[in-house]
Ligand binder design. Structure first.
Ligand code: FAD
Ligand code: NAD
Length: 458
């Protein structure tokens, strides 16, 4: 088969790049080994985790919040199999949707494990035997896999990674999560809401060590209130089966019993065994090395997404895929790394874009504005008053440097902040923009007003 572009991997990076390339008039083939398109994100990442988070959030609303609204609901029964079935349907509808998009845009899905045999040829082991796809351009988007903790090997039953934790057959009495990052907090919250005792063991002095410290401190207090037993500065020495469960040994000599252990200590690039070294591609700590236009330096081979490192986020992979194929097509594709939002989908959610206060202060004088959800009319009406918005602006130019939100629907609210950063807006721009009342985004306006020293509703 000969095409203009062959994409290796149909995750959010690869499949979106394939669609954009087809839109630009290229003949495109996309190689994917799994039986569903959409990659980690759609199959075992963003989408199934959000389906479980949304279902269990609803459970908490019915069980705990409804009564505050004067709504008294009887005993709520959880049908775990049905809840998992719904998650599966959500995943299936979206992965099939990508298949439909491929058909519509004439992107050929070459199903099987792909390997680079020459800089412009991917050899795919399909069910019908090997197929060689030759292309002018190659885009590598093989993504990432869970990082292992050698002293706690995953067995898929009692010791699981995120994929296992998305599909436990029953609610564990006690779940020990190793790693207080995105996955530990999201999936820890899911199983906590379903009734498990959840202990989160984090090696660093704080959970979410990369995020704004003030926001993380406030979030940690709320998560503890919700029953997450967060233990920081803890190192795990090993784990061994014990009875029906697992005994987790800590480096301080103590141990913990668990029914299930979730290892969530990060992800690593999936770049082994695909012929990359053989054709001369450079890798550092497993990540493919690329220039600012995603070129590997070998012929017309480009690479994007989790496999090149940086933030391992679906939307970052998508934007890189689009930029890379636009470059191939002679256009000016570009990703603004200063304005990539990140969201932890707990309740309340944590959403962030741009620099943390610590990073911003290290660069020069800043003005910081804050506004609590407790002072926002809509948050009060919703009964969701935990958290606050924090706006960080350059003290000299007033340019926005970062926005951090802990609060209801922070995932949606951060879009306005990302747009503001994309347009290089000032805190005053945000403060003067008209926001509908009563809405949650008014908290952003007020936090920006606070940065200007003229907050109104506090
Ligand atoms: P991937 O999605 O990993 O896709 C790579 C694809 O390449 C895979 O389908 C793989 O099968 C295929 N492949 C690899 N090698 C070969 C080969 N040799 N031949 C054929 N096919 C191959 N990010 C967010 O932004 N928001 C979230 O809410 C979010 N939630 C997450 C929840 C969990 C539990 C996890 C694990 C991750 C989550 N992420 C989230 C991260 C997100 O999933 C990744 O950043 C994103 O999927 C990366 O996209 P990618 O295209 O680079 O790689
Ligand atoms: P992470 O990097 O978010 O968190 C890992 C945590 O484990 C860190 O806090 C780290 O300090 C800690 N840690 C590392 N080694 C440890 C050890 N030996 N003992 C105890 N703690 C240890 O990684 P993750 O939660 O595994 O998720 C992987 C990646 O997937 C994320 O970084 C993110 O890019 C992506 N993801 C994103 C979302 C989202 O966007 N909502 C959700 C899930 C995953």
């Amino acid at each position: 088969m000969t095409v203009d572009l062959v994409v290796l991997g149909a995750g959010p990076g690869g499949y979106v790049a394939a669609l954009r390339a087809a839109q630009l008039g290229m003949r495109v083939a996309c190689v994917e080994k799994e039986d569903r398109l959409g990659g980690t994100c759609l199959r075992v990442g963003c989408i199934p985790s959000k389906a479980l988070l949304d279902s269990t959030e609803l459970l908490v609303q019915i069980r705990e919040d409804a009564a505050h609204h004067g709504l008294h609901v009887g005993e709520v029964a959880v049908d775990l199999a049905a809840l998992m079935g719904r998650k599966e349907q959500v995943v299936q509808s979206l992965t099939r949707g990508v298949e439909a998009l491929f058909r519509k845009r004439n992107v050929a899905w070459v199903r099987g494990f792909g390997r680079l045999v020459r800089p412009n040829v991917v050899r795919v082991e399909t069910a019908d035997g090997p197929v060689e796809v030759e292309a002018r351009y190659v885009l590598l988007a093989p993504g990432s896999v869970p990082a292992a903790l050698p002293q706690v090997p995953v067995d898929g039953e009692r010791i699981v990674d995120s994929t296992g934790a998305l599909a436990l057959p029953k609610v564990p009495r006690r779940l020990v999560v190793i790693g207080g990052g995105y996955i530990g907090l999201e999936l820890g919250s899911v199983w906590r809401r379903l009734g498990a005792e959840v202990v989160v063991l984090e090696a660093m002095p704080t959970i979410l060590p990369q995020m704004d410290a003030e926001v993380v401190r406030a979030a940690e207090r709320i998560f503890r209130r919700q029953g997450l037993d967060i233990r920081t500065g803890v190192r795990v020495a090993g784990a061994e089966p014990q009875g029906e469960g697992v005994c987790v040994h800590l480096e301080d000599g103590t141990s913990l019993d668990a029914d299930v252990v979730l290892v969530a200590v990060g992800r690593r690039a999936n770049t082994d065994g695909m012929g990359f070294d053989e054709v001369g591609l450079k890798r550092e700590r497993g990540f493919l090395v690329v220039d600012e236009h995603y070129r590997t330096g070998v012929a017309e081979v480009y690479a994007i997404g989790d496999a090149i490192g940086g933030k391992m986020l679906a939307h970052k992979a998508e934007e890189e895929g689009i930029a890379a194929v636009e470059r191939m097509a002679g256009k000016g594709g570009h990703v603004n790394y200063r304005a990539i939002p990140g969201v932890v989908y707990t309740w309340p959610e944590i959403a962030t874009v741009g620099l943390t206060e610590e990073e911003a202060r290290a660069r020069g004088p800043v003005r910081v504005g804050r506004f609590p959800f407790a002072a926002n009319g809509r948050a009060r009406a919703l009964g969701a008053t935990d958290g606050f918005v924090k706006v960080i602006a350059d003290a000299t130019t007033d340019r926005l440097l970062g926005v951090h939100i802990l609060g209801p629907r922070a995932s949606d609210l951060i879009a306005e902040a990302a747009l503001a950063l994309e347009f290089d807006a000032t805190a005053e721009d945000l403060a003067r923009a008209v926001h509908a009342h009563p809405t949650l985004p008014e908290t952003l306006k007020e936090a920006a007003l606070d940065a200007e020293g003229r907050v109104l509703h506090l």
